[in-house]
Design a protein around this ligand. Structure first.
Ligand code: SAH
Length: 467
């Protein structure tokens, strides 16, 4: 049965709710909220419901319902008694009087059903499963509530107040549509969401004064995609990725994440591989500037967190110099993701009081680090980009005094279904890497905390772990 979704204006009209249990109570609250005057009829009424009726100054008739309770004076009848015959009688009476009826737990008898509603007043999002599963509707609703921030109501209020002015200032409807799209997805909306309504209004007024400039104005979101598992994207990242027109990404962004986008966005690969930069950093910086100057909303998507070994700073420096608006959305960095998904806490009261993220990248075939600083038994070391340099790194750590038996975890493709965790030690890692094929991206965790993996490992990848 296909339903017709409508948003009914029944403000000031009358409704009859029969039944004083939880369903009647819930419906009654919804009706009062929508401005209806409610008459309640029921032999028994929940105490909280009685209180509500008193507070709202509604009418309550504490008795059994009769046919004559239903009349054409009502816009809507809700039959929510626990007596099926009474509910059916009410439905039949309502139909006779041409009044809309809702019957609890009886989809076939209903003219109208109550959807789950997400309130972002004046915006309302309603989900109906056509009585198949109210729990499913609620679940979907909760999911929607995470991607529709509460600020959407305020945004609707602001743009509602400017609707007529914009209509006068931009008479062509196609131009107006573009204008509103920019406002609803750009800095005006972002300022509302981040709790700066005055700034949002000033920006809206400025945009209205010079709509052409707004058209030409792009912006860039520098977004951390996390280490691989798409579930680790932040809510904000997902929202901005959906509203971007171009997604500029590189090799570290997992295919699972990329497959979520692209239907409405242009996807631009600027991937980098070690010693084989397919696009030099300056060119990437320039691409972002050029796209934004074309008026595009650009998502620059980077693996992990953009500010941890991500050169994110350089990319936004160029944007800042060119006066292009941007924002930075943090991501879960590989160290945090790999640590969680391999059951290795990076700090632990008994083993490590601090943690250090270190680059293990080779330069001229060597790794130049401040070795004495790295030698500390109470500290966990995490090496990014260390796959090629690690034999040199482990050798140096041992030479500078670290225990040669210090456990090392090598986590390959962390947080993805292809994750593999290799456990070895400083003095045997060289041999291990020589005999085992390990793929990138992978990182090394060095420290006593690695021992905890055996106890705390929980994540099951598709492939068997190799140890
Ligand atoms: N900005 C990124 C790091 C970029 S440097 C972040 O915050 O995570 C690239 C290095 O990150 C890789 O060489 C590897 O050491 C590490 N890395 C990124 N994703 C990883 C993953 N899924 N598993 C293991 N290591 C990862």
């Amino acid at each position: 049965m296909k339903l017709l979704p409508l948003s009914l204006n029944l403000n000031g009209q009358r409704a009859l709710v029969v039944g004083g249990g939880p369903v009647g109570f819930r419906r009654c609250k919804t009706l009062v909220d929508a401005g209806l005057q409610v008459q309640v009829v029921s032999i028994d009424v929940l105490p909280a419901f009685v209180q509500f009726i008193q507070d709202q100054k509604l009418n309550l008739a504490k008795r059994a319902v009769t046919k004559s309770d239903v009349s054409a004076d009502y816009a809507l009848v809700v039959a929510a008694t626990n007596d099926r015959a009474a509910n059916q009688m009410l439905a039949a009476q309502a139909k006779q009087h041409g009044v809309l009826v809702n019957v609890a737990d009886d989809a076939a008898a209903c003219d109208v059903t109550f959807p789950s509603v997400l309130e972002r007043s004046p915006v309302q999002v309603a989900v109906s499963s056509g009585s198949a599963s109210p729990i499913l509707s609620k679940m979907l609703m909760r999911r929607l509530s995470t991607v529709i921030p509460s600020g959407y109501g305020k945004l609707a209020d602001l743009v509602g107040a400017y609707r007529q002015k914009v209509k006068q200032a931009i008479p062509k409807s196609a131009d107006r549509k573009l204008f509103w799209e920019k406002i609803l997805t750009g800095v005006v909306a972002e300022n509302i969401f981040s709790g700066r309504p005055e700034r949002a209004e000033t920006l809206l007024q400025a945009a209205l004064a010079k709509p052409k400039e707004l058209q030409a104005r792009g912006e860039v979101y520098l977004i951390g995609a996390g280490p691989g598992d798409p579930d680790l994207l932040t809510v904000r990242a997902v929202r901005l990725l959906h509203q971007a027109q171009v997604i500029v990404y590189d090799r570290l962004v997992s295919p699972e994440i990329l497959s979520m986008f692209g239907e409405h966005q242009e996807m631009l690969y600027v991937g980098k591989q070690r010693a084989n930069h397919s696009m030099p950093q300056q060119n990437i910086n320039q691409v972002l500037v050029d796209l934004a100057k074309q008026g595009k909303r650009v998502a620059r998507l980077k693996g992990g967190d953009p500010f941890i070994f991500g050169r994110g700073g350089e990319e936004i420096e160029t944007l800042a110099q060119s006066g292009i608006p941007f924002q930075v959305i943090p991501g879960i960095t590989a160290a945090a993701g790999c640590a969680s998904y391999s059951g290795i806490p990076l700090t632990h009261r008994d083993y490590a009081q601090s943690v250090r993220f270190v680059t293990g990248q080779l330069q001229d075939n060597t790794v130049d680090l401040n070795w004495p600083q790295l030698i500390d038994n109470d500290q966990t070391l995490v090496f990014y980009m260390g796959l090629n340099g690690f034999p040199i790194i482990s050798q140096n750590l041992i030479e500078h005094g670290m225990n040669a038996a210090m456990p090392v975890a090598l986590i390959e493709k962390g947080t993805t279904l292809q994750q593999r965790v290799h456990i070895t030690s400083l003095d045997s890692i060289g041999d291990y890497l020589a005999t085992n094929k390990v793929q990138s991206p992978s990182l090394f965790i060095v420290g006593e905390v690695v021992q905890l993996h055996q106890k705390l490992s929980w994540f099951e990848a598709n492939e068997a772990e190799s140890k």
